[in-house]
Design a protein. Structure first.
Length: 695
C-alpha cells in the first residue's frame, strides 16, 4: 500500500540474494549471474557443439544476454529527446505562505530534493548539444506533498497559442518527412513554411533566432514556466503567477560560428560541461523568481495572460525571488535516471494550480499519454526516478511491470473493511488534499470548476423502487431471493445490515423479505440524500409482463428409448419445427435404436444431455422403457429438473411411470404431446412455489 521510496540502489552485477560473503568471490567482487541469479561460469564463450560446431539453443546464458541487449532501447521522446539531467535540491529563501500553501514554500531554509533535465527540442537523442534551438528546462520537485513538475523552457514564450497546433509545429521543425533531414535544426523549408503561415509564432521566432537559442552552457540559461499558473494560500485566496529561473552564473551565449564548430569538436559540449562542473563541486545554481499578479492586473494588460505567446515584462511586474535550486549530484546511470525521468505538467501539489491557458490545458493531456508510450507501462511512476519520496498509495492496481505487492483485498473505495479489522487502505483528504481552484480565470465569469453532481443526481432510490414495483410477483420473489442468496455469502454482517437499510428506501416489503430470508432483524432505514418518490409503475420493465415467449430460437428435447413410437416422435419434431423451434432427440444410447416404425439415432446421450440445456422436454416412451428409466438416475433427474425449472413437460401415456417417479404433479405445464408445441417455450411460474421456497 503506501510506501516510501527510499533512495534507489541499483546493483548491476551483484547477486540479488541476501548479500554477505557467500555472494562474493574470494577477492570480494560479486559474482556475475543471469537475471535469475544463477552464477555464470564463462562469460566469454557461447555453448557450441564441438569447438567449431554451431551454437546450441540450450545456451540460456547467451540467449538471455542477447535477448536483453536486443531490447535495451525504448522510444525516444518525440520532442526534447536529447537531454542531460542532474540531481539537486530546492531551498526556500523567502517563505510565501501568503501566496501559496505548497509545503516547499512555507519555511525559509527548508529544502526538497529535485531532479532537473535540460534538453534541445528538435534533435534526436544522439544529436549534438549546440544546434540553434529552444532548450527544455524541466524540474521535478520531490515535495512532502507529492511531486511538482515545473516543465518549462529557456524562453518565456512559445510558438503557438493552442495545443491543437503542437503536432503541426513539431512535424514542421523535425527532419523533413520524406528526406529524413535536417537533424536538430529549424533551418529548412517545412519549419519556415509553418511559421510563415502562423503569425502567432512571430514573437517566439524572435527569441528562437536570438542568442538565447545558442547558450554557452546549460548552467548559463534562464528558465521559464511559460504559462500563467495559479497559487492558492491556506485561506483559499488565489493569485496568478509566472515562474522564472535565474542562473547564478548569469546568462551567456556562444557565437553562431562557435556553436557550429563546437558541434564538430565536442557534440556533447553541454552534457560534458554540466557533468564536469558538478563532478568538480562547482554546483550550478539558479534563483526561482515569481511574477505574481491578480485579475485586475491581467485585465489591464494589452494582451491576454492566458496566451503563451506573450510575456509580462519584468519592468512592468518585477520578479520576487523566493528560492534557489542547486544541482549537486550527477546521475549514477544515464538511462535509469535521465532517460526514464517522466515529467508531467499535471504533477502539481496543493497550493499550485493551472490556468485556462489553452496550450497548458493541452499539455495536461499529452505528457501522461506519452510516458505510457515511452516507458511502456502505466506503472512508470514506480520507476525510482519518478516515484514520489513521500508515502503514496491508492487503489490503482496491476498493469505491466507492477512492482508493488499490496496486501489484503481492499482495492476499491468506499469500503468498510477497516471496521472488520482489515486494512481498508487509504482515504481521500478533504482538507489537505489537492483541490482545484474553483473560480474561472476570468473572475467575472461565474462558471466554476467543481467536482460535483447536479442536485437531482442525489435521488438514488426512486427508480430502484420503480423497477421493483413494476415487476410481476414472481419476479419480485426472484429478486428478493437473489439478494438473500448473495448476502448469505457475505460474511461481513454490517454489510448485510447496511444493504437491508438501503433496501428499506426501495420497498419495505422487499427489505423485510430479505431480512427474513437471512433470519436477521430489520435494521433502521438509511437516510437517503433525497427522499424517493413513487413513480408510475412501468410494465415494460418486467419480463413476465411482456408476455409469454414464442418458439423461435428455443430448443426442445425429445427423450425416447427402444420401442418408442416413431410416428409420435416425428409429430412432435414437426410441430416444434413448424413453430420455429428446434427439436433434438435424446436417448440412453446414441447409435441406432430400434423404435416402433424404424431405427432412430439420438442427437445426445441422456447422461450428457440434461434437461437444463433445453427450453422444454417431451418424453415418449413405452411402459417398459419408462419402468426401466425410472431406475436410471439421469432419466429421473432429467424430468425432475425440467419440472423444478418450471418448464413444459409433454409426454405420452407410456411415460407415466417416469413422470411419477420424478415427482411431477399435474399442472398446466404438464401436457399431452398434442398440446406440447403450443406451450413449450413458456415457463410455468405458478408451479415454482411447489418446488422451492422463495423469499
Ligand atoms: Fe512539451 N512535450 N509539449 N512543452 N516539453 C514533451 O513529453 C507537449 C511545451 C517541454 O526533459 C513530451 O515526456 C505539447 C511547452 C519540455 O523529459 C510531450 C505541447 C513547453 C519537455 C510534450 C507542448 C514544453 C517536453 C515529449 C503543446 C515549455 C521535455 C516527451 C501543448 C513550457 C521534458 C515527454 C523532459 C516534452 C508535449 C509544449 C516543455 C510529447 C502537446 C509550451 C521541457 O508530452
Amino acid at each position: 500500500m503506501a510506501r516510501k521510496n527510499d533512495t534507489p540502489t541499483v546493483q548491476v552485477t551483484a547477486s540479488p540474494g541476501s548479500g554477505g560473503e557467500t555472494h562474493q568471490q574470494a577477492d570480494g567482487r560479486p559474482h556475475i549471474t543471469t537475471n535469475h541469479g544463477v552464477r555464470i561460469s564463462d562469460n566469454q564463450n557461447s555453448l557450441k557443439a564441438g569447438d567449431r560446431g554451431p551454437t546450441l539453443l540450450e545456451d540460456f546464458v547467451l540467449r538471455e544476454k542477447i535477448f536483453h541487449f536486443d531490447h535495451e532501447r525504448i522510444p525516444e521522446r518525440i520532442v526534447h529527446a536529447r537531454g542531460s539531467g542532474a540531481h539537486g535540491f530546492f531551498e526556500c529563501t523567502v517563505a510565501i505562505p501568503e501566496l501559496t500553501k505548497a509545503s516547499l514554500f512555507q519555511k525559509k531554509g527548508e529544502r526538497v530534493p529535485l531532479f532537473t533535465r535540460f534538453s534541445t527540442v528538435a534533435g534526436g537523442a544522439g544529436s549534438v548539444d549546440t544546434p540553434r534551438d529552444v532548450r527544455g528546462f524541466a524540474v521535478k520537485f520531490y515535495t512532502q506533498e507529492g511531486n511538482w513538475d515545473l516543465v518549462g523552457n529557456n524562453i518565456p514564450v512559445f510558438f503557438i497559442q493552442d495545443a491543437i497546433k503542437f503536432p503541426d509545429l513539431i512535424h514542421s521543425v523535425k527532419m523533413e518527412a520524406d528526406k529524413g533531414y535536417p537533424q536538430a535544426g529549424s533551418a529548412h523549408d517545412t519549419f519556415w513554411d509553418f511559421v510563415s503561415l502562423m503569425p502567432e509564432s512571430t514573437h517566439m521566432v524572435m527569441w528562437a533566432m536570438s542568442d538565447r537559442a545558442i547558450p554557452r552552457s546549460l548552467r548559463m540559461m534562464e528558465g521559464f514556466g511559460v504559462h500563467t499558473f495559479q497559487m492558492i494560500n491556506a485561506k483559499g485566496e488565489t493569485t496568478f503567477v509566472k515562474f522564472h529561473w535565474r542562473p547564478k552564473l548569469g546568462m551567456q551565449s556562444t557565437c553562431w560560428d562557435e556553436a557550429v564548430k563546437i558541434a564538430g569538436a565536442d557534440p556533447d559540449f553541454h552534457r560534458r560541461d554540466l557533468f564536469e562542473s558538478i563532478e568538480s563541486g562547482d554546483f550550478p545554481e539558479w534563483e526561482l523568481g515569481l511574477q505574481v499578479f491578480d485579475e485586475e492586473f491581467a485585465a489591464a494588460q494589452s494582451y491576454d495572460v492566458l496566451d503563451a505567446t506573450k510575456l509580462i515584462p519584468e519592468e512592468v511586474l518585477p520578479l520576487r525571488i523566493v528560492g534557489r535550486m542547486v544541482l549537486d549530484r550527477n546521475v549514477d546511470n544515464f538511462f535509469a535516471e535521465t532517460e526514464q525521468v517522466a515529467f508531467l505538467p499535471t504533477n502539481v501539489v496543493p497550493g499550485i494550480d493551472f490556468s485556462n491557458d489553452p496550450l497548458l490545458q493541452g499539455r495536461l493531456f499529452s505528457y501522461l499519454d506519452t510516458q505510457k508510450s515511452r516507458l511502456g507501462t502505466t506503472n512508470f511512476h514506480q520507476i525510482p526516478i519518478n516515484a514520489p519520496k513521500c508515502p503514496f498509495g491508492n487503489f490503482q492496481r496491476d498493469g505491466m511491470m507492477q512492482m508493488m505487492v499490496p496486501k489484503g483485498r481492499a482495492n476499491y473505495e468506499p469500503n468498510s473493511l477497516g471496521a472488520n479489522g482489515e486494512d481498508g487502505g487509504p482515504r481521500e483528504s478533504p482538507k489537505t488534499g489537492f483541490a482545484t481552484i474553483t473560480t474561472n480565470d476570468d473572475r467575472n465569469d461565474p462558471t466554476q470548476k467543481l467536482r460535483v453532481r447536479g442536485a437531482l443526481f442525489a435521488d438514488h432510490y426512486s427508480q430502484a423502487r420503480l423497477f421493483f414495483r413494476s415487476q410481476a410477483p414472481i419476479e419480485q420473489a426472484h429478486l428478493a431471493s437473489a439478494i438473500v442468496f448473495e448476502l448469505s455469502k457475505v460474511a461481513l454482517e454490517p454489510v448485510r445490515l447496511r444493504m437491508i437499510s438501503n433496501l428499506r428506501n426501495v420497498d419495505e416489503g422487499l427489505a423485510k423479505r430479505v431480512a427474513d430470508g437471512l433470519a436477521m432483524d430489520l435494521p433502521a432505514a438509511s437516510k437517503p440524500a433525497k427522499a424517493p418518490i413513487d413513480m408510475e409503475v412501468s410494465d415494460a420493465l418486467s419480463i413476465v409482463k411482456k408476455g409469454d415467449p414464442a418458439m423461435p430460437g428455443r430448443k426442445v428435447a425429445i427423450l425416447f428409448d427402444e420401442g418408442s413410437d416413431k410416428a409420435e416422435i416425428d409429430a412432435v419434431v414437426k410441430s416444434v419445427e413448424a413453430a420455429g423451434g428446434s427439436a433434438l432427440l435424446i436417448a440412453p444410447k446414441v447409435g441406432g435404436i430400434s423404435v416402433k416404425g424404424g431405427t432412430l439415432k439420438a442427437d445426445g446421450q441422456l447422461a450428457g444431455s440434461p434437461s437444463v440445456l433445453f427450453d422444454a422436454v417431451a418424453i415418449i416412451l413405452t411402459k417398459a422403457a419408462a419402468a426401466k428409466l425410472s431406475k436410471e438416475g439421469a432419466a429421473v433427474q432429467f424430468v425432475m429438473d425440467a419440472y423444478g425449472h418450471v418448464k413444459t413437460i409433454g409426454h405420452n401415456t407410456g411415460a407415466q411411470a417416469l413422470i411419477d417417479k420424478a415427482g411431477v404433479e399435474p399442472d398446466e405445464g404438464v401436457v399431452s404431446l398434442a398440446d406440447f408445441a403450443k406451450v413449450a417455450p413458456k415457463r410455468h411460474w405458478d408451479r415454482e412455489s411447489k418446488v422451492r421456497t422463495l423469499a
